[in-house]
Design a protein around this ligand. Structure first.
Ligand code: PLP
Length: 447
């Protein structure tokens, strides 16, 4: 029998991987996990500094989630929600999400991934504007460095070149505006407040240039994740929302990473004062144990859709596995554990420990900026600290530091030269210290 590595190289088509180099470098085989740590084939342990892909909030080996899945699998392993069929796990989960999310008169539409929920949001917005007799109001604005997924429409929304180059993307009707990264994009002499105002003015200019009657929605992650953990200035979203309201442009909050405590409150929208018309969640919803995502839609968005679907005869959208009963049961148990263990309180206590540790790294010669909030953060590596000069991309400094950190037993992810931290929300102070200590060794070696 071939080894796992051999079979992987022979047959597994890897996402987000340098496919040309993969046959030589091979895979990293993870066998199991426990708490905030995962283990490789050789038994070496790693602190998972990114909670897998920003998702495993409760860490590995949470037996209650295993039990919830097993129980639901025995009872009703599959049923769907088409043609008004329903089951208790999806219904109760919808009820809970509608109660938790800062979205008025919410209705919840389930899918299996963040990409699917964001893609569905675009479809609903288009469907709604057709229903309202505004067939030209269809353009969607996202931000440079945004990450909203990889379907044809959401990869077009995503503002990262790697997701579009070679794929014939973006599709039309998708626009981008500047991101709220003050340290990188602020102009000489500009305060953070002035920078936030400038971003809002740029958005207004874009809407006016395109024609307000053609612009339907604005997508935003409260904290941009895959774009390099970009925390907006305090007043940014208030200014942006004033522009959106003025031109009747809907706000979609992509809470796929920031949902369920990551920024210290239940949703990033609450931390940064967003009042979204639609919200998407995934990842932390089930602590990553099973695929499930949700699109939470305000009543005023739902009503015209309901009327239109009534006329057509049926709402022509839905995924076979959307609201899967086993995923929904695991999500319900996840939400129960968040409440019982006061995960928000824990993030409130432990988040500052991570943030202080990251800010301390700013003394390091390679670190230009350390940033973050709650249990999400990043350090951005620079060639020249004073001038904030980026490294030559060919050096792939971020990837090199991440590889060194991995050798020291901590798994992180480089977004260009920004290295992201988003550990499981259950992480302890001792594990944060250990993670940052191991990371500092990697930085010293790369210097
Ligand atoms: N939105 C955000 C903010 C994300 O970070 C991600 C994935 O990382 C997605 C959407 C896409 O989610 P998925 O990979 O589940 O399709």
């Amino acid at each position: 029998m071939t080894s796992v590595s051999e079979a992987d190289i022979a047959h597994l088509f890897h996402p987000y991987t340098n496919l040309a180099r993969h046959p030589e470098t091979g895979p990293m085989v993870i066998t199991h996990g426990e708490g905030v740590r995962v283990f490789d084939e050789a038994g070496k342990d790693y602190i998972e500094g990114l909670a897998g892909l920003w998702c495993t909030a409760l860490g590995w080996g949470e037996e209650r989630l295993v039990a919830a899945a097993a129980e639901q699998m025995r009872k009703l392993p599959f049923y769907h929600l088409f043609t008004a069929k329903t089951h208790e796990p999806a219904t109760r989960l919808a009820e809970q999400l509608a109660g938790l999310a800062p979205v008025a008169d919410a209705k919840v539409l389930f899918a299996c991934s963040g990409s699917e929920s964001n893609d569905t949001a675009i479809k609903l917005i288009w469907y709604r504007n057709n229903a309202l007799g505004k067939p030209d109001k269809k353009k969607i604005i996202a931000r440079e460095r945004a990450y909203h997924g990889v379907t044809i429409a959401t990869a077009s929304l995503t503002g990262l070149p790697v997701n579009q180059r070679g794929f014939d993307l973006p599709i039309d009707r998708i626009l981008h505006t500047g991101n709220p990264h003050y340290w990188r994009c602020g102009q000489a002499g500009e305060t953070e407040e002035q920078f936030a105002s400038r971003r809002a003015e740029e958005l207004e200019q874009l809407i006016l240039a395109e024609g307000p009657d053609t612009v339907a929605a604005f997508f935003a992650e409260p904290v941009m994740g895959a774009g390099g953990v970009i925390v907006p200035p305090a007043t940014y979203f208030a200014k942006i929302q004033a522009v959106l309201k003025k031109y009747d442009v809907l706000l979609v909050a992509d809470e796929v990473i920031t949902g369920f405590g990551r920024t210290g409150q239940m949703f990033g929208s609450q931390t940064f004062g967003l009042q979204p018309d639609l919200m998407t969640v995934a990842k932390g919803l089930s602590s990553g144990y099973l695929p499930i995502s949700a699109l939470i839609v305000a009543g005023h968005v739902y009503e015209p859709i309901k009327a239109q679907a009534g006329e057509i005869g049926s709402f022509g959208h839905g995924f076979t596995y959307g609201g899967h009963p086993v995923s929904a049961a695991v999500a319900l148990e996840t939400l129960k554990i968040y409440a019982e263990r006061d995960i928000l309180g824990h993030v409130g206590r432990i988040g500052p420990v991570l943030q202080r540790g990251l800010r301390a790294l700013q003394q390091h010669p390679l670190v230009g900026e350390a940033r973050g909030i709650g249990l999400i953060g990043a350090v951005e590596l620079v060639a020249d600290k004073d001038r904030r000069t980026a490294f030559d991309p060919k050096l792939a400094i971020g990837a090199r530091v991440v590889a060194k950190a991995q050798a020291h037993g901590v798994i992180l992810r480089a977004m260009g030269d920004a290295i992201a931290f988003a550990p499981p929300l259950i992480i302890s102070e001792a594990d944060i210290d250990e993670m940052l200590g191991r990371f500092r060794l990697a930085l010293d070696e790369a210097h």
